[in-house]
Design a protein around this ligand. Structure first.
Ligand SMILES: [Fe+2]
Length: 247
């Protein structure tokens, strides 16, 4: 099976559109969507509708922003800008889109072929996995061989071989890594809609379970248009500024 993996789209209609246009004619069987469809960006209806209408089967999990927008959580740990955007999004999502966000499955979701998808981590959907310390815990407590996660907005990969955990990729690189037998993996595609590795381009990833190959991609999209949309809707300016910086 070949998978197209998207995470943290964050209501960025322009970035989502650019990625989906780019992959439309590529050969793959299913999408994996790792949560945070909405929040931060000013195109939540466009993004949710794009995900609802994906042209191939999709496995999805919800993200922390999806939960707050859907009213499942209150967002007490959100900063001012994130909370303002979540409230705006909840008010502006069309009812069917809000329902779709509310009904996104809670991760982790186990898939065939030893794959698991989650938002933060399979232990806690809100956990940030930035280092081998968190990775070590997860490998020790969750049995899947290949775990795809999002939430940090940083393309990254942690590997466990035997009892040793190491970093295979961290912070904003494109490239290809082949998964080795006997190793276990935690893999993050980076963020479509709000990259935080100082590269403003939209990030996504593919995984071929037959060749066991993971590949990270970056593509440019009209950042200024996404910024203008945020400013026009009266969302905090910092949410527009950070898109150009990739932070
Ligand atoms: Fe996110």
């Amino acid at each position: 099976m070949q998978f197209l993996i998207l995470s943290d789209l964050h209501g960025n209609a322009e970035a989502t559109d650019a990625v989906l246009r780019r992959v439309r004619r590529k050969r793959f069987d299913a999408y994996l969507v790792l949560g945070d469809l909405v929040g931060y960006g000013a195109g939540p209806n466009q993004v949710v509708e794009a995900v609802r209408n994906l042209d191939r089967p999709a496995h999805l999990v919800r993200g922390n922003h999806d939960k707050v927008v859907a009213g499942i959580e209150r967002g007490e740990n959100f900063n001012h800008a994130a909370l303002a955007a979540a409230r705006w999004t909840a008010e502006h999502l069309r009812p069917a889109n809000l329902r779709f966000v509310r009904e996104l499955p809670r991760g982790p979701v186990d898939l065939p072929e030893g794959l698991t998808i989650c938002h933060g981590s399979p232990l806690d959907e809100d956990q940030y996995v930035f280092s081998i310390f968190e990775a070590w815990d997860i490998f020790g407590s969750y049995p899947a061989d290949v775990i795809f996660f999002g939430h940090t907005h940083v393309p990254s990969m942690f590997v466990m071989r035997g009892r040793e955990t190491r970093v295979a990729l961290l912070h904003g690189t494109t490239g290809t890594i082949r998964i080795q037998p006997g190793e276990r993996y935690l893999v993050n595609p980076g963020s479509v809609g709000q990259p935080r590795d100082r590269d403003p381009r939209a990030a996504y990833m593919t995984y071929d379970s037959k060749t066991r190959t993971v590949r990270w991609y970056r593509i440019p999209y009209p950042v200024e248009r996404a910024q203008q949309r945020i400013l026009k809707r009266g969302l905090p300016k910092v949410l527009a500024d950070r898109l150009a910086l990739g932070v």
